[in-house]
Design a binder for this molecule. Structure first.
Ligand SMILES: Nc1ncnc2c1ncn2[C@@H]1O[C@@H]2COP(=O)(O)O[C@H]2[C@H]1O
Length: 258
């Protein structure tokens, strides 16, 4: 199984794209600005979009993608958008409201729209995509309702925490399965510890505590670091966790697992 990192930054700047991962060619996990680097043909192959939460850095690509692919997907089923009810409510009220953006859940035709919205819940197991991928909706603790996602391979899992602060509910779920890749968020350096706590993100001290629960054998990837903060975050984590190999994600990375 293979996944492409389209974006993994905590915000924008030159060379920084926000969160978006492509599983196979048809399942998108989060629709941050990174998805906008896909060629139009590849955008049009996306059949499912899973959203971890409603924040702009994770959904910004969705309304633009709908407009871009509407013509190419004429005659095809809608792209299914899967998210918590609270996340879908934000999209309906604040994005697809015909003010910020047209309602692409009714366009180009109310009976044949380019997008359809589907509720998910924490703990749910989904089977999605042309290759019938098994995806689990995982708990997350963020400033708005949020989830993470796990994608199962034949021998192990790719786990994405979503945006989250310390998240004890995830620990037993990690312990109970073979994890090949853990993509875990850290947004802030230790100097912004109080912002991290207020906004429910990790900084080095909270991430170090969280990583005590990572199963042996998992490759740990860092995502969502705010632009400009990489040296401070990595320097601090290396001092706190001298024995642990940490891999900061970069847009363009490809993760493979069995
Ligand atoms: N209390 C806060 N103080 C400063 N910045 C914040 C605060 N809450 C949220 N933010 C910023 O707003 C951003 C919203 O998206 P994120 O949760 O990725 O990251 C958040 C922070 O960068």
């Amino acid at each position: 199984m293979s996944l492409r990192v389209l974006g993994c930054s905590g915000s924008i700047a030159a060379g920084c794209r926000t969160t978006s991962f492509l599983v196979d060619e048809d399942i998108l996990i989060d629709a941050g600005t990174g998805v906008g680097d896909l060629p139009l043909d590849e955008l049009a192959r996306i059949d499912h979009i899973l959203l971890s939460h409603s924040h702009l850095d994770h959904v910004l690509g969705l309304p633009l993608l709908a407009d871009s692919v509407m013509r190419r997907r004429a005659g095809q089923p809608p792209i299914q958008v899967h998210a918590l009810p609270a996340t879908l409510a934000v999209l309906r009220e604040h994005v697809f409201n015909n003010l910020l953006w047209p309602d692409f859940t009714r366009l180009p035709h109310p009976r044949h729209p380019v997008l359809s919205l589907h509720e998910i819940s924490t703990g749910q197991h989904l089977v999605l995509g042309r290759r019938e991928r098994h995806i689990e909706v995982l708990p997350a603790r963020h400033s708005v309702p949020a989830v993470g996602f796990g994608v199962e391979g034949a021998q192990g899992w790719w786990i994405y925490t979503g945006d989250t602060g310390p998240n004890p509910a995830l620990h037993p779920l990690l312990a109970n399965r073979p994890v090949q890749h853990l993509v875990i968020e850290i947004a802030f350096s230790e100097a912004e510890r109080s912002v991290a706590a207020d906004s429910l993100h990790h900084c080095p001290s909270t991430l170090a505590a969280e990583l005590a629960h990572v199963p042996a054998g998992a490759r740990v990837h860092l995502t969502h670091i705010k632009p400009g903060e990489m040296p401070a975050v990595l320097g601090d984590l290396t001092e706190r966790l001298p024995g642990l190999a940490l891999h900061p994600l970069t847009a363009g990375d490809r993760l493979d697992w069995d």
